[in-house]
Structure formats: structure tokens, C-alpha cells
Design a protein around this ligand. Structure first.
Ligand SMILES: [Zn+2]
Length: 259
């Protein structure tokens, strides 16, 4: 299988070494490794260079962090343009749903304008480079991101660990956008409902590692092999055998990322 979204750069060197060595034994063929910012892009690139083709890097700016200085963003955009040849997608990019929610909960104002500008610049870059995009866009933010994708004429969009209103779900299905499920599909009723609703041909499996999970995964470090659990749970909701579910999810990921 393929882990369609993981933050390899956030694992410690020693953990990472063991994790990459274990991939063949876990029947994991490839990982889509997303980046957070310039430092993260450079580390992800270095990891990919040593991973014999198993690690497919995506370069971007994760929205759930402080707004970078203008100059820093310019350097990042240039760097991504220069390394587009070894990049599988632009990501992780999107809008800061959780940062905003936390600020509002503290009674503080939150300015979305700079984040919208950054996302707009990254989407323009993806369109120019003709690369797919990996999106962090949940709840009502998904609708704003759909507007921006349409503005830039981007059709290859992967909304990772998606959750959101029916209006966004219907629009994303209509546009043929992909989503991916994490190990929380084993225990989150909201996610299981979405998994029943979303067309099986537009779905992938991911871990978003090293993000920790609950339920049966409590206390277990997140690793790519957990996409097999995602496949089993997703397949169970659709009446597929584990082998069928794994084959579907892998084929979808290969098709989307042109692996
Ligand atoms: Zn992520």
C-alpha cells in the first residue's frame, strides 16, 4: 500500500531509519511525504534522496503556523520552483482552521487575509508547474478552498483527513477531488459516515504521522503500516474484502499522484 500523507521530517533520525527499513516488511511501497515550510522542505528532500524512490516529496507551507515574513515566502516559492523536478505535489497547503478557532475561543481577532494570500500564491505556483495539491482545508474552509481551486483551474486536489459540511462534500465529489482517511476511521462515527458517502474511486489512505491516534492505537507511535488498518476499516464499510480495499486505495493513490 501507499501512505498518502505523512510528515517524515517530524520523526527523529533514528526512528525514521528504522521506519524506512521496516516498509518492505509492512508491505508499504511508497509514502507521500509532505512539508511544513522551507526548513521542512529541505529535510523532506534529503530524506527522499536516501529512500531509494519509496519517499515521494511534496513541498509547501502548512497553514497552521504563524504567517511568514514576505521575504521568507518569496524564498520558499523560488525554492519550490527550482526543485519542482523531484516534487510529486505542492503540499501541505491550505487554511488555518484550528489556529483561527483557538484564537476566537480566547476572544482574540484572527486575520485570515495573509493566509488567503499565501494559499493563492501556492495554488498559482501549482497551476503553473502543473502539479497536484495536498490540502489542509476542513469544515467551512473547504468551501473557500474550492473557490480558489476553481479560480486557478486546478482539478487535481487531495483534501487530506477531510471533514466538513455536506455542501463542501457534494461540491468536492462533483469536481472529482480526492480525500483520504486516517486511522481515526476505526473509531470516529463522523468519519465513518463520510467514508460511506464519498465515492470509493476518490479515496486514499494516510496516517498523517507522527500525529498520534486514539482507540486501538492509543499509546502506539504512528507509522505507515497503519494504512492497512485504514483499508480494512474502510473496506468493511463498503463490503470489500481487505485485499479488495487495499487494491482500490492503492490504485486510487497511484492514479492521483501518477506514481
Ligand atoms: Zn499533514
Amino acid at each position: 500500500m501507499i501512505d498518502a500523507h505523512i510528515h517524515l521530517d517530524q520523526y527523529k533520525d533514528e526512528e525514521l531509519k528504522v521506519m524506512l527499513q521496516e516498509l518492505p516488511g509492512q508491505a508499504i511501497e511508497a509514502l507521500i511525504a509532505v512539508s511544513m515550510n522551507l526548513d521542512s522542505c529541505i529535510r523532506t528532500q534529503g530524506i527522499a534522496a536516501q529512500a531509494l524512490g519509496r519517499v515521494k516529496p511534496a513541498y509547501g507551507f502548512h497553514p497552521e503556523q504563524p504567517v511568514p515574513a514576505e521575504a521568507e515566502l518569496t524564498v520558499l516559492l523560488e525554492w519550490i520552483g527550482q526543485h519542482a523536478g523531484d516534487m510529486i505535489a505542492v503540499g501541505e497547503i491550505g487554511l488555518p482552521y484550528y489556529l483561527r478557532a483557538e484564537a476566537l475561543a480566547r476572544g482574540e481577532a484572527f486575520d485570515m487575509e495573509p493566509y488567503l494570500k499565501i494559499l493563492d500564491a501556492l495554488l498559482a505556483l501549482a497551476a503553473r508547474l502543473d502539479k497536484p495539491v495536498v490540502l489542509h482545508a476542513v469544515y467551512e474552509d473547504a468551501l473557500t478552498v474550492c473557490d480558489l481551486l476553481e479560480k486557478h483551474g486546478i482539478t487535481k486536489a487531495h483534501f487530506h483527513w477531510f471533514k466538513g459540511p455536506e455542501e463542501a462534500v457534494a461540491r468536492m465529489i462533483q469536481r472529482g477531488y480526492y480525500i483520504s482517511f486516517t486511522p481515526d476511521i476505526l473509531y470516529e462515527p463522523e468519519i465513518q459516515e463520510l467514508a460511506r458517502r464519498y465515492p470509493p474511486e476518490l479515496v486514499m489512505a494516510e496516517t498523517d504521522g507522527p500525529w498520534p491516534f486514539e482507540g486501538p492505537f492509543t499509546g502506539h507511535p504512528t507509522h505507515p503500516g497503519m494504512v492497512h488498518d485504514v483499508a480494512a476499516a474502510w473496506g468493511g464499510l463498503h463490503g470489500y474484502s481487505i485485499a479488495e480495499a487495499e487494491a482500490h486505495l492503492t490504485a486510487n493513490t497511484v492514479r492521483f499522484y501518477q506514481l
